[in-house]
Structures are given as structure tokens and as C-alpha cells.
Design a protein around this ligand. Structure first.
Ligand SMILES: CC(C)(COP(=O)(O)OP(=O)(O)OC[C@H]1O[C@@H](n2cnc3c(N)ncnc32)[C@H](O)[C@@H]1OP(=O)(O)O)[C@@H](O)C(=O)NCCC(=O)NCCS
Length: 241
């Protein structure tokens, strides 16, 4: 289980293993405990990054994500139409503050189906296979429960083994209909644990993001100072002796 303590450790660990939990002693080297990664809720101020993330997906990934090979224009329209008030968007950022993975939990627009939500996710190719997709799913489940959602749907193409694996592992029932599959997961009601988990995870993710912003600013200033130093040195070297 991912406890608040483990999450805090993952967030503060600035080493190479930042996103991966350490190998477990006695287990084969390939085995890894569930990945721990700060996942934050994203607001409209990140819409450009969302668009950039989705535009970075190739046409096959867009086909898997949206059910059709969305054009750049359609991707732009989708990101511009995101409803940050009603829905929830989650993101994972790398140290360069690029959005490397994101999920969209769309709450039902039908007032008679308020207990339903749909989940969509994408991870950039270079960040796949690290458990980010599965973690985003877990994060969305916790949020959905806390919002009173009792059924989560995932629409996936039947060829999408990775997505269907994530849903199946979480206990979703999968109904295959030719090339398309519908997965639905019944959610238990919110409890103290789900509320605390979401609160702590969000707090850690916000702190992690702020640290990354500060680190980037620091490196920017350092690069500027070095540039100035280099300029001074060069002009000194050019001065006649
Ligand atoms: C689907 C997607 C989000 C998975 O992201 P990810 O971070 O690579 O997934 P994870 O690392 O959490 O892996 C989840 C599971 O899928 C399996 N998996 C990952 N990539 C796989 C692949 N190419 N083929 C088969 N299984 C794969 C993993 O082994 C894991 O299963 P396990 O827990 O049994 O080991 C990512 O491939 C993606 O963005 N695809 C394009 C968009 C898309 O398909 N979105 C989903 C439709 S909404």
C-alpha cells in the first residue's frame, strides 16, 4: 500500500530513483514494488502544457487515446474544451516541468447519472512501462470515490493491452465488443482513508511541483551568472597586456 510516509520519501528523494521505488531484497532484479510518483491535480493555467503533451502523441497513440487518429486541430479543440470545474485532470511532471503523463476523469454531464465517470489517460512513449498509467488510474479512483462516483468507465480498443491490464488489475469488468472494449469498475463509497489519501497525495504533489519550479529557476540563474562570468573573462583575455 502506498502510505503518506512513502509518498513523502519519494517526493523528497532527488536521486536517480526519484520515480521508482527501490528493488526489494530477495526478489529477482526485474521486480519492483509499486511505483511512487507525485501526481497533481491540474488547472486551466496548465492548458498549454496539456496541449503540448497531447500533440506529442503520434497518430497511433491518439487513435488509442481518443478512439480515432485525432488531427492536431482536433487535439487542440479537445484540450480547449476541457472543463476544469466539473472534471479532474491529473498530471505527472518531470524535472524540466514537462507533462509526461496525464489523465482526464470526466464526470457525467447527465444529471441523472452523476454517479458515473469516464477515465482517459496518456503517457509519453519515453515514460511508459514505469507504472505511471496505473498510478494515474489509482489516483483517479480515489478522487472519483471522494466525489461520490460509484462507477468508473474506460473505453479502450481491444488491442490496447496496457490500458486493459490497468483496468483489469484494478478489478474492472471488461466487455469486449469486437475491436472495442468497455471496462467498468464499481467503486466503494468514500471513507476517511480515501479522503486522507487524496489530501496528502495532493499536498505532496503540489510541494514537489513547487520544488521543481524553484530548482529550474535556480539553474536558470546559475546559467546566467556563468554566462556573465564567461563574458567578463573573455573581455579580460582580449584586453591588451
Ligand atoms: C496505456 C498507457 C497509458 C499505459 O501507460 P504506462 O505508464 O506505460 O502503463 P504502466 O506502466 O502503468 O503499465 C500498466 C500495465 O500494462 C502493461 N503494459 C505496459 N505497456 C504494455 C504494452 N506495450 N503491451 C502490453 N502490456 C503493456 C504493464 O506491464 C502493466 O501491467 P502489469 O501491471 O501487469 O505489469 C500508455 O501506453 C499510453 O499512453 N498509450 C496511448 C494512449 C492510450 O492508449 N490511452 C488509453 C486509452 S484511454
Amino acid at each position: 500500500m502506498v502510505t503518506p510516509g512513502l509518498l513523502l520519501k519519494a517526493s523528497l528523494n532527488a536521486g536517480k530513483e526519484f520515480f521508482r521505488s527501490p528493488a526489494i531484497e530477495g526478489e529477482p532484479p526485474a521486480y519492483r514494488a509499486p511505483v511512487m510518483v507525485p501526481i497533481r491535480s491540474i488547472g486551466p493555467s496548465h492548458s498549454e502544457r496539456i496541449e503540448r503533451h497531447l500533440l506529442a502523441l503520434d497518430s497511433h497513440d491518439r487513435y488509442l487515446r481518443f478512439g480515432y487518429a485525432a488531427s492536431d486541430e482536433q487535439v487542440r479543440r479537445y484540450s480547449a474544451s476541457l472543463n476544469y470545474e466539473r472534471d479532474e485532470i491529473f498530471g505527472i511532471y518531470n524535472r524540466r516541468l514537462e507533462l509526461i503523463a496525464m489523465a482526464h476523469l470526466a464526470l457525467s454531464v447527465d444529471p441523472t447519472l452523476t454517479s458515473c465517470a469516464e477515465f482517459g489517460v496518456s503517457v509519453l512513449p519515453q515514460a511508459r512501462g514505469r507504472g505511471y498509467g496505473a498510478r494515474l488510474f489509482e489516483r483517479a479512483v480515489i478522487h472519483a470515490r471522494n466525489e461520490g462516483v460509484s462507477m468508473m468507465f474506460i473505453h479502450a480498443l481491444s488491442e490496447n493491452t496496457a490500458m486493459l491490464n490497468i483496468a483489469r488489475k484494478a478489478g474492472a469488468v471488461i466487455e469486449r465488443d469486437g475491436s472495442e472494449s468497455e471496462a467498468y469498475l464499481k467503486l466503494p463509497p468514500a471513507d476517511l482513508d480515501s479522503r486522507m489519501t487524496e489530501m496528502v497525495e495532493e499536498q505532496i504533489a503540489q510541494t514537489d511541483y513547487r520544488l521543481k519550479v524553484q530548482a529550474r529557476q535556480f539553474w536558470g540563474i546559475l546559467a546566467m551568472v556563468q554566462e556573465v562570468r564567461r563574458g567578463v573573462r573573455d573581455s579580460r583575455d582580449r584586453m591588451p597586456m
